[in-house]
Design a protein around this ligand. Structure first.
Ligand SMILES: [Zn+2]
Length: 159
């Protein structure tokens, strides 16, 4: 799924039940972790960093960072570690596994299929690319509906 939609879904599904901005940051962090260094590298080299590059020109480190940030096993390990240290896992961090769960069916094998069982298994789902026009339309229509629903509930609550 695209990073803006991840932020908006995190806002709606996690942020409303915890802290909004930390949830949004947690929801976009897996993609920032994987792609921000490469985007920065391209900007420094003077290359336009907009648009989808061919996967063959993307450096291997980007795929390794993507493996780390898009693994439910890594997220589970970090959550277990946080629980051991803090005796709790901050609820806004649930936006991280939500990001992974939403990426599993919205990436095809052709462009960054989600390595949700990495490093134990290399199984990846061949999903519908999030950039498919009808999917973008349905996804953003669902988000707009959800924001409108909450806005109307908030207005009714003030009366
Ligand atoms: Zn992602």
């Amino acid at each position: 799924m695209d990073i803006f939609a991840h932020g908006l879904w995190s806002y709606q599904l996690v942020g409303r039940r915890s802290r909004i901005w930390p949830a949004v940051v947690s929801g976009v962090a897996p993609d920032l972790f994987a792609f921000a260094p490469y985007v920065a590298e391209r900007l420094v080299r003077g290359e336009l960093a907009v648009g989808k590059p061919e996967t063959v020109v993307i450096p291997t480190y980007v795929f390794r960072l993507y493996d780390i940030s898009h693994s439910l096993l890594i997220a589970g390990f970090v959550f277990a570690l946080l629980y051991l240290i803090l005796r709790r896992v901050p609820s806004f961090l649930l936006a991280w596994p939500l990001h992974i769960a939403m990426d599993i069916p919205t990436h095809s094998r052709l462009f960054f299929p989600t390595p949700f069982l990495w490093p134990l298994l290399d199984y990846r789902v061949d999903g519908i690319p999030w950039s498919t026009p009808w999917f973008l339309l349905v996804n953003y229509a669902a988000l707009v509906s959800l924001f409108a629903f909450h806005a109307s509930r908030k207005r009714k609550g003030r009366r």
